[in-house]
Design a protein around this ligand. Structure first.
Ligand SMILES: C[S@@+](CC[C@H](N)C(=O)[O-])C[C@H]1O[C@@H](n2cnc3c(N)ncnc32)[C@H](O)[C@@H]1O
Length: 265
């Protein structure tokens, strides 16, 4: 646990929303209250995006997953609309491209929310595919995650996600490692990638360096936090799109939460 405590300090120093804490930050009631608040919000731009893509994730399933993996105590506003965006974009990609098997890369697993939204898209489409999700956090070590279930004691990510074991077994590989050293660990072809670990220019560029040359026409890159609060992300994403021929769409869930969905031309 000592190693994890040190990791927690490092991560929280760079990102106030990083998971992992030394003890529970709130009671079950605190997390439930936050959940009720955030799930009652409406997001007309995301509704419209789902209509355009012709696919929408099951909202009850999403909200339930969010209670376990996205409702955290932090300074910034809670918002888990990237789950809807990832699901809709991936379903549309599968419908348009009809690959026999999909390779998906995610940087920044945290508690596994976005990974599971992508796995649900594969499952609902009856598709074959593998999602490799990278994080410095281990999958099998016991810890507190700053979430609803912390009240029952520390647990592994595998335990936190035990209700989703079938989806995980079929589609997901959780890989512990620093995403600045991804190059040899990603697939030769990356059909779809979600970049969501460290939100600095250098880090995003280092992650993209592992994906560069492994995408073909129509393949997709999604960036979380393409927002003024993260100028490194916006600069890196814009440069990548410009230099490597991606057409991009910016989706605004709220004044401080924007995503960029980019499609290789
Ligand atoms: C914003 S969170 C990811 C959120 C997740 N994608 C989701 O939607 O729930 C960022 C994650 O990046 C991880 N991280 C930080 N530095 C990293 C590094 N150098 N390599 C890999 N992961 C890192 C943190 O541990 C944290 O879990």
């Amino acid at each position: 646990m000592l190693g994890l405590r040190r990791l927690a300090r490092v991560l929280r120093g760079s990102d106030s929303s990083a998971p992992l804490c030394a003890s529970p930050l709130g009671s079950r009631e605190d997390y439930l209250r936050l959940w009720e608040e955030v799930r009652s919000k409406t997001y007309p731009v995301i509704d419209a995006y789902e209509r355009e893509q012709g696919a929408a994730i099951d909202r009850e399933w999403l909200d339930d997953l969010a209670l376990r993996t996205q409702v955290v105590i932090k300074r910034s506003d809670l918002c888990y609309q990237h789950g809807r965006v990832l699901y809709a974009a991936l379903r549309r990609y599968m419908r348009d491209r009809r690959h026999e098997h999909l390779n998906i890369v995610e940087t920044g697993t945290a508690r596994g929310f976005s990974t599971l939204c992508m796995a649900r898209a594969l499952s609902d489409a009856g598709a074959s595919g593998k999602i490799v999700s990278f994080d410095v956090l281990p999958h099998e070590d016991v810890m507190y995650w700053n979430c609803y279930h912390d009240a029952e004691g520390p647990r592994t990510r595998a335990d936190l996600l035990s209700d989703y074991a079938k989806l995980i077994e079929r589609y997901i590989v959780f890989h512990q490692g620093d995403t600045r050293r991804l190059r040899d660990t990603v697939f030769p072809r990356v059909h779809f990638a979600f970049l969501d670990s460290v939100h600095t220019y250098d880090h995003v560029m280092a992650e993209y360096a592992a994906i560069q040359g492994r995408q073909r026409e129509g393949d997709m890159l999604v960036f979380d936090d393409y927002s003024a609060a993260y100028p490194g992300v916006t600069r890196a994403a814009d440069e990548i799109c410009q230099a490597h021929a991606y057409a991009s769409t910016c989706i605004e869930a709220g004044p401080s939460r924007r995503y960029l969905v980019a499609e290789k031309q």
